[in-house]
Ligand binder design. Sequence first.
Ligand SMILES: [Mg+2]
Length: 295
Amino acid sequence: MKRRVRLVITDLDNTLYDWVTFYVTAFYQMADAAAAILGVTTDRIVDDLAQVHRDTGNTEQPFGLLQAAVVQAKLPDSSVGERTEILDPAFHAFNRARKRHLQLYAGVLETIETIVQSCPLVALTEATAANAAFRLRTLGLDSSFDRIVAREDTLAIPLDPTILEKYSSIYSKMDFIPSGRAKPDPDLILSITSRYWVEPADVLYVGDSLERDVLMGNDAGVLTAWARYGKSYDPACWERLVRITCWTDEDLTRQREALGGKSEILPDITLTDGFQQLLDYVDFVPVNQLQSRKE
Ligand SMILES: [Mg+2]
């Protein structure tokens, strides 16, 4: 028998699209281009950018290149504007690769269209607000989400105000993960369910990470769906990602254990083929409008 849910909360990266592949590809193409411009090895660019990621606790910020030690050493007297101009081909390389690889998994769009006919849809991502906003807009999903819960922007270079203006319609429905909180803290889900006045048992949470998404959903008492298909990227991409992440050793150990199948974390539903399999397991029923609480 299908489970009935009134609210759907979903992770974004590697649940709706292959973030690992697009980001790693775009990042290393940017690093190759920057290495050619500055006359240094790609390894040096990558290592210095990884340091920027660790210093800021944010793995995904291409403009961190402007702050990298190698750039400061090679272009010591240049302004941020001058560095941006000199490194422009590297940023273009990033954008080209992102454009090519950032695409929804098959079946995601149609499934989301079905869900939002009945239920509010909320995003819960540890991507920064700027990155989440960009991806949802690029993928044509910005109007599908009722709320978006993301990390506050922590960038080495502050966002251009014109970018904030361009994405203001998405930022207006953005909530930030409280500082010091992270997946798998079940309060991240419970603060969403209470906002909608929905019992956790009437909520579906979908995510690709057993140790962060599924564990969090199980602890919150919601129905959990594991997007196992989100792990089907090239393992070489994963190693290249680990090299540049701001993750701690503890984070990595937990993820390796989960990837190695040692995890005891069991989802209610396992999606092997794609997001659209949700329709086989779940009925989406309208939440009473009066139950929705806006702040
Ligand atoms: Mg994910």
